[in-house]
Design a protein around this ligand. Sequence first.
Ligand SMILES: NC(=O)c1ccc[n+]([C@@H]2O[C@H](COP(=O)([O-])OP(=O)(O)OC[C@H]3O[C@@H](n4cnc5c(N)ncnc54)[C@H](OP(=O)(O)O)[C@@H]3O)[C@@H](O)[C@H]2O)c1
Length: 276
Amino acid sequence: MHSVGLTINLIYKFLGSTKEKIPAIGIGTWAIDRNGIEAIRYFIEHDSGLIDTAEMYGTEGIVAESIKGYDRSKVFIIDKVWTNHLSHDACIKACEASLRRLGTSYIDLYLVHWPSYEVPISETMRAFEELVDAGKVRHIGVSNFSIEQFEEAQASLKRTELVANEIKFNIIEKRQAMEFIEYAKKSKITVIAYSPLVRGIENISTSKGVYAKLLELSNKYNKTVAQIALNWVISHEQVVAIPKTSKLEHAKENLEAANFNLSEKEIKELDSMGSV
Ligand SMILES: NC(=O)c1ccc[n+]([C@@H]2O[C@H](COP(=O)([O-])OP(=O)(O)OC[C@H]3O[C@@H](n4cnc5c(N)ncnc54)[C@H](OP(=O)(O)O)[C@@H]3O)[C@@H](O)[C@H]2O)c1
């Protein structure tokens, strides 16, 4: 997949227990604007077309426009069904509507956006398996699920495995995610880290100790604070990150965040700091 002459050090990770690999750094699209089209295309053109969207974001149209003209196999689309569409029929319809908005015939990874207290997960999983059978969805997973909720969803599946859980994981908010990551390592589940930049660098700077450490590492490796924060996220086994950006220069910066390796000691030190 690597392009000739590329200086970006691309890292790929296995998707769940499959033999398929996905980029360790992709792009999120929550609150992305039309300037983000250029940023998304930069990712696709650099063999990192991992794009995260959701029916709730209202950004599937932007994704559709961004991927137009590219070989579909260069793009890996993550989409999510919202909580008001988790009954069997609503879920099938929601997926079909997402496909229409995306202008594509399949979603690479379809996720339940949040667990529901109203619809039994087995009902949604039945719809998910039918979507896989129909070729509308290639892989399935969940988002914001605890280990118990993940296991309940997996247990209700008859012929498919959940490959991923998309959860919040960043340099400040990590305690809960760490627990799932430990489980994911043993069970070969991909963890898709959302808000990997704490929704903006200004939110990292409020945590003085963490920010000081990031600045120190930023000087040592000649990388930006965002690149150190992202590198730390993907240094964890099973974890890929989907930082959002509408800016081309940030897209470049984010993709280059894998160009160096933090030491084991530095990773451990950051692991133990400022955890919420
Ligand atoms: N499953 C879920 O429930 C869930 C929840 C939240 C988010 N998500 C997904 O995860 C994605 C990422 O999370 P997020 O949007 O919450 O936050 P995030 O990726 O942690 O942070 C995005 C913010 O960081 C800025 N940024 C990006 N790259 C930067 C860089 N190199 N230097 C400085 N600033 C930079 C962006 O601004 P610019 O645009 O100006 O670059 C934006 O303000 C979302 O877009 C969405 O796809 C999923």
